[in-house]
Design a protein around this ligand. Structure first.
Ligand code: DGL
Length: 270
């Protein structure tokens, strides 16, 4: 009975935390590929191979369903994995769709044709690879018409967070918000399109100002997963114990994770 959660590093813990709060009885197997973070500066083939190997590890741990709690992996690898690799009976879901469904005021899984929505100017903050993929704009175009998206590649933010340098992370966020506002002075909504960014969400909110609605993924992904598992209870898988796995140094990763989630988290080698 375990669901896998995968990220390039620590950012997916923001999704883990929201899912754990929403579904406390579901054991979660978390895998952070900290040895290879950040993914956002890698090319699509590299991201695909790393993501595939992480997801295979989670399947081996007894998960039938894996959440890619990483926008960069969702943008650069998910579709290719679903089309060419995911074994029969297994499922891999990304984090884009729940966010776009919320932004476009849809029920989870509503695949009706695109229509006009309340927001018309959206700022997207994401890693360089996610921005380059244009996956957000593609998924949005399936659901909404007339939405102008201005994307800001937030170089350096994931690295700073992984290093635990929150002063640098804050300075970088403020400069990326300034850069975005030079291109789109009055966004109505801002999307935090990287699961590391909820760890600095207050800085984004402060820099954007109170008139901008900020969409952050963790609670949206948790609600969408609860809905999905209600409809597909067979996807709970075989594993029965929650565990945190890392390809990096378990001691170092555990200490950062404990700092970010403000609870004791102990990682094991993947
Ligand atoms: N948390 C990942 C995301 O959502 C960060 C990717 C990276 O390692 O650059 O995109």
């Amino acid at each position: 009975m375990a669901v896998g959660i995968f990220d390039s590093g620590l950012g997916g813990l923001t999704v883990w935390d929201a899912v754990h709060k929403r579904l406390p009885d579901v054991p979660l197997v978390y895998l952070g590929d900290n040895a290879h973070t950040p993914y956002g500066v890698r090319d699509a083939d590299d991201i695909y191979e790393l993501t595939r190997s992480g997801v295979a590890r989670l399947f081996d741990a007894g998960c039938d369903l894996v959440i890619l709690a990483c926008n960069t992996a969702s943008a650069a690898a998910l579709r290719r994995m679903q089309e060419a690799w995911v074994p029969q009976g297994k499922r891999v879901l990304g984090v884009f769709v729940p966010l776009i469904e919320a932004l476009t005021e849809r029920q989870w899984g509503d695949n009706s044709p695109p229509r006009e929505v309340a927001v018309s100017n959206v700022a997207l903050f994401a890693t360089p690879a996610t921005v380059a993929s244009r996956a957000f704009q593609r998924e949005l175009a399936f659901r909404a018409i007339g939405v102008d998206v201005e994307a800001q590649a937030c170089g350096g933010v994931v690295d700073a967070i992984e290093e635990g340098d929150m002063i640098l992370a804050e300075a970088l966020v403020r400069s990326h918000v300034d850069a975005l506002k030079r291109k789109m002075p009055h966004p109505q909504a801002a999307v935090l399109g990287c699961t590391h960014y909820p760890l600095v969400e207050e800085v984004f909110r402060d820099a954007l100002g109170p008139e901008v609605s900020v969409y952050s993924q963790p609670s949206l992904v948790a609600a969408s997963l609860a809905d999905y598992l209600g409809r597909h209870p067979d996807k709970l898988g075989q594993g029965e114990e929650g565990v945190f796995l890392t390809t990096g140094d378990p001691k170092r990763v555990s200490s950062r994770a404990t700092q970010f989630l403000r609870r004791e988290i102990a990682f094991q080698p993947a």
